[in-house]
Design a protein around this ligand. Structure first.
Ligand code: PMP
Length: 397
């Protein structure tokens, strides 16, 4: 049978993510210095592991409600209340009068992003995303038959109201913000966040805030909140729960990316639609791992984040001597410019690094431009140092 002929147009139009291809390449190399990794290099904290194992042994292995177990939804809502001043209560489906929020536990942050795109976009509708962007943003909009409109944020990588405003059209449904950002590590200020929310409110467009790296914000870029240091969020503006879809995850903060755990919170009417879509797709997030994540908020990862800050300082110190490196305020990536004097695209530089057994991700995987590359700091320190020394040599020409 000609299986290729049976494949949908939707699939044909979608390319495999450039990052996946590099993962596959990495698997074929002999002990590469792999700086392409997008997950933390520490194990899941013991108490979180124990809670998941206990849940399996206590037979919490069946379906849960589509929107997730009530205990975890309440715990997430409490965190948003304590940190951002959002209402403490979760609205019952179809009931917004009490002023509560909608909240759904999703299969990773990706699950929340996918449901959001499917719930908001009709064919031809637009969602404004930063450029550079997390690789899945344009693909997910396309799967929903919408269009991701790229907001060029070079050279400082700040997605500002000023840069967003000219891109808003009558087809715009949402603006997607990501701070701390992948791949640049940029952390927006409180003022920048508030201005973007104000713009979205004035245009009747939803603000979607992908805050998967919220807890991974370095002390020098973070804001003090009642629950500790976090990236400034547009969701801390009063009344924002009515105009923002907040998306967060557990994978990056607690080293459990493979558990596929995240959540989305915001207007109940939107969460209700996302829940309907979840019923017909993911069904629910993994049941025992929902119990596991109940204890995540009791774990303090400040020390781990400080370790990554020290790595960042090392990388900036070394690569800053030979090229422009944007100083990341959070997440675990550095976005590095290929110096113009080398006359190379990031793809060409990627190949040069590969000859030296160093794997990185060329910027064109995340951007319409091909001038930078991403390295990850989620790598054992000695390996990171060796990789950075090779890159410094190559970048220096
Ligand atoms: N958003 C951003 C900005 C990311 O970098 C990632 C993962 N690299 C995701 C969402 C998806 O994360 P998850 O594993 O929770 O689906």
């Amino acid at each position: 049978m000609d299986i290729d002929a049976l494949i949908s147009q939707r699939c044909r139009e979608l390319d495999t993510s450039g990052i996946r291809r590099i993962f596959e390449l990495g698997a074929q190399l002999n002990d590469p210095i792999n700086l392409s990794i997008g997950q933390p290099d520490f194990p899941v904290p013991d108490e979180i592991k124990a809670a998941a194992v206990d849940a399996i042994n206590a037979n919490h292995n069946g379906y849960t409600l589509s929107q997730g177990i009530p205990q975890l939804r309440k715990r997430c809502a409490k965190q948003l209340h304590d940190e951002l001043g959002w209402p403490d209560s979760i609205a019952a489906p179809g009931k917004t009068e009490g002023g509560g929020i909608g909240l759904i536990i999703t299969s990773g942050t990706s699950g929340a992003l996918y449901l959001m795109n499917m719930a908001l976009l009709s064919p031809g509708d637009e969602i404004i995303i930063p450029d550079p962007y997390f690789v899945a943003y344009p693909a997910m909009a396309k799967l929903a038959q919408g269009r991701a409109v790229r907001c060029d944020t070079y050279p400082d990588f700040r997605m500002t109201a000023e840069r967003i405003e000219p891109l808003i059209t009558e087809r715009t449904k949402a603006v997607l913000l990501n701070s701390p950002a992948n791949p640049t590590g940029v952390v927006l200020t409180r003022e920048e966040c508030a201005q973007i929310l104000e713009l979205c409110r004035s245009k009747g467009v939803l603000l979607v805030s992908d805050e998967i790296y919220s807890e991974f914000t370095f002390a020098d870029a973070a804001a003090e909140t009642p629950v500790g240091l976090r990236a400034p969020s547009p969701a801390s503006v009063s009344g924002s729960h009515e105009d923002i879809l907040l998306i967060r995850g557990f994978g990056k903060s607690f080293g459990c990316t493979g558990w596929r755990m995240g959540f989305a919170a915001g207007p109940e009417a939107l969460i209700r639609e996302m829940t309907k879509l979840q019923q017909y797709s993911y069904v629910c997030a993994p049941a025992p791992l929902q119990y596991g994540c109940m204890s995540a908020y009791d774990v303090d990862i400040t020390e781990l984040v400080d370790t990554y800050r020290a790595r960042r300082d090392m990388v900036l110190g070394e690569l800053g001597k030979v090229t422009e490196v944007f100083e990341p305020g959070g997440a675990f990536y550095c976005f590095v410019k290929v110096p113009e004097k080398l006359g190379m695209t990031s793809q060409e530089f990627f190949e040069r690094a590969l000859e030296r057994n160093v794997l990185l991700i060329p910027g064109n995987a995340f951007s319409s431009k091909d001038t930078h590359f991403r390295i990850s700091m989620a790598v054992a320190e000695d390996k990171l140092k060796r990789g950075v020394a090779i890159l410094a040599e190559l970048l220096g020409g």
